[in-house]
Write a protein that binds this ligand. Structure first.
Ligand code: AHR
Length: 636
């Protein structure tokens, strides 16, 4: 192998390796969003979903104790609340099942919140956390004071519960004592060990895993959920910011199970995490925010609705307002709104996606409307344009139309087999260097088919992804960004597999694919160098895939080498320009091709780093079977 430190092939953008977040597989509600109460505002279409009442609603017919009041004229976004009327002392309680159980840790504080309004004085609410056997592990008494009277509106009652025991399948119970009548809304139980950055109420272990990748960007909020099953369920960013009561709950498109058919009837978007939180998360991780907006089409696999071309103003205005919200001075209307929400400094957004996996002339016609308006006012915003889904028969048509339009960035998605990723590592070698940049907005190696439980995050998949990523790195002048998809999945509640990070209500684990992402991002380098064998890029000769980069800031040469085969490969690398006996580190990720991590064995496969010293001017590297190796060497 030959690498030349004095010949730079291309600059590697700091954005090169990033994240794609979507609320799929309980990614947000029941996942990243740390709220433990399901249907906390009684706004699910079945207002009691997630709740059990005593007395049960059946035994009372329509139930005189618990009534759902729907008062859309007062708050159209959050119209429902619960009314509790107790006329005689009896056992009255309300129990929430959480997301697959309410999970709490012994000794940790949990913030309890509920909004109440009192009509007839006398009712006291006791909030309890009970374990799976029904024993109380923590409680707080909420006295409804006189200022929560009907005429004073809802009042927020708050407290803290510190459980005396850990429980993983518990319940939150509201126990009513005495007689009286009150309204209840937004019942919340939030752990206090959440992520400590500016992004609030996020599970710390999950955010930490994202931050540890050191991502260059984060694409959000989807994915299919941007499109919606139909246009009424499309993602609308303005409905996801501000006070929680102004965030209108909608159904989650993944509720029906998508490709896996694993339906989750209780999957809704509460928007506890909305655009403000996603921007803050990007700021915390120091990565570029990349919001994706609906382009006037709903999911072309769903209702496939198309907004009339002459009624696109609202959609285009949403994009203009979002740019002002993210970047505008506080003197602008939307910049002021951002400041009111606690972030006077602009988020300095540079990337904006128009549509997700949309295609055809309908897409192109609508994209033109967005492009014209945005570029006229914000010429520096880079627009990300869609080519459709993968495998996509319309890809060639879309690619040629978008190139003629001279778009900034084309978003390509790949869910393919290990062999496909290995065989296509050279895909971008022949791409047009003068046209639009390429963003691989979603990709993942699938050992079987989407949604099949057997479709696991195996070591083989991780190696195939690593091999393909060496090809992306070699072509960093064309491919400027890439993100694995999807990011998160709950082990008991998923629609799609494989995924980068898996979790349950207690812990989370990184997959072999995660470590590949992390090793690439952490060792991105600033420039690509030519690395060849017999004058050719190393893309499968002798079953090895490799790339070379230099990190000018650290003054280090970085080599990435993938050996998916079952035999050890000894490689000698002549590094022109490297000092003799250069020192550094070698990090190896290896394992059986079928090896996977799990909740039980979270670190069965993980990278191991050791010291490395070059022999004279040559690097002798032993690439172990089924391994991905990253070598970093000091150049001086
Ligand atoms: O990543 C899962 C889904 O795959 C995304 O929502 C969609 O864009 C693609 O089809």
């Amino acid at each position: 192998y030959i690498v030349n430190l004095n010949k730079v092939k291309a600059k590697i953008q700091p954005t090169m390796w990033g994240l794609f977040f979507e609320d799929i597989n309980r990614g947000a509600d029941g996942g990243l969003y740390a709220e433990l109460v399901k249907n906390r505002s009684f706004d699910f279409p079945d207002a009691f979903m997630g709740w059990k009442t005593v007395p049960s609603r059946q035994s009372y017919g329509r139930n005189e104790v618990f009534q759902i009041i729907n008062q859309a004229t007062v708050n159209a976004d959050n119209p429902k609340y619960l009314q509790v009327t107790v006329t005689k002392p009896e056992n009255v309680l309300l129990q929430n099942e959480g997301f697959g159980g309410v999970t709490v840790k012994k000794g940790l504080g949990y913030k309890v919140g509920l909004r109440v309004r009192q009509h007839i004085e006398g009712l006291k609410v006791k909030v309890e956390i009970v374990n799976s056997k029904g024993s109380v592990v923590g409680s707080a008494v909420q006295e409804v004071s006189r200022d929560a009277r009907n005429d004073a509106g809802f009042k927020l009652l708050e407290g803290t519960i510190t459980p005396t025991d850990t429980t993983v399948n518990g319940r939150l119970v509201l126990r009513f004592e005495g007689t009286g009548k009150m309204d209840i809304d937004r019942v919340s139980l939030m752990p206090t060990d959440t992520w400590k950055g500016s992004a609030q109420n996020m599970r710390a272990d999950l955010v930490q895993k994202l931050a540890d990748i050191k991502p260059g960007f984060m694409r959000f909020p989807g994915g299919c959920i941007v499109e919606g099953d139909d246009l009424t369920t499309r993602y609308q960013w303005k409905k996801t910011i501000g006070p929680l009561e102004q965030r209108k709950l909608i159904s989650n498109q993944w509720k029906d199970g998508g490709a896996s058919g694993r339906a989750m009837p209780d999957y809704f978007q509460s928007y506890g995490l909305g655009f403000m939180e996603y921007f803050q998360l990007c700021a915390d991780m120091k990565c570029e925010p990349m919001p994706i907006l609906n382009c006037g089409l709903s999911c072309q696999f769903g209702a496939g609705e198309v907004v009339a071309a002459d009624e696109m103003d609202e959609y285009v205005q949403d994009a203009m307002d979002l740019i002002e919200f993210a970047n505008g001075a506080v003197s602008t209307a939307w910049g002021k709104r951002r400041a009111e929400l606690g972030h006077p400094e602009p988020f300095n957004m540079k990337l904006l996606g128009i549509g997700n996996e949309n295609w055809g002339p309908q897409y192109v016609e609508r994209l033109e409307l967005f492009t014209k308006a945005i570029k006229a006012r914000y010429p520096n915003i880079q627009l990300i344009t869609s080519t459709g889904y993968t495998p996509n028969p319309q890809f060639k048509y879309m690619d040629s139309v978008l190139r003629k339009m001279k778009v900034d960035i084309i978003d390509e998605h790949y869910y393919q087999t290990p062999n496909w990723f290995l065989m296509n590592a050279g895909k971008y070698d022949s791409y047009d260097r003068k046209g639009p940049k390429i963003f691989i907005g979603e990709y993942a190696c699938h050992s079987i088919r989407i949604g099949n439980p057997g479709n696991k995050n195996t070591m083989l998949c991780a190696l195939a992804e690593a091999a393909w990523m060496t090809g992306l790195e070699r072509n960093a002048d064309v491919v400027t960004m890439a993100a694995y998809a999807p990011l998160f999945a709950h082990v008991n509640d998923w629609q799609w597999t494989p995924n980068l990070i898996w979790f349950d209500n207690v812990s989370s684990y990184a997959t072999p694919s995660y470590y590949v992402q992390q090793l690439f991002a952490d060792n991105a380098g600033t420039e690509v160098l030519p690395l060849t064998v017999n004058g050719e890029s190393i893309a499968g000769q002798d079953s090895v895939w490799a790339s070379a980069a230099v990190d000018r800031k650290a003054g280090e040469l970085i080599l990435k080498m993938v050996n998916p085969s079952g035999t050890t490969k000894l490689k000698v690398i002549e590094a022109a320009g490297l000092k003799a006996a250069a020192k550094g580190t070698m990090t190896v990720l290896k394992g059986d091709l079928n090896a996977v991590n799990s909740i039980e064995m979270p670190e069965l496969v993980k990278p191991v780093t050791s010291a490395f010293v070059a022999k004279g001017k040559k690097l002798e590297v032993k690439l172990e079977p089924h391994s991905f190796t990253v070598l970093r060497l000091k150049m001086k």
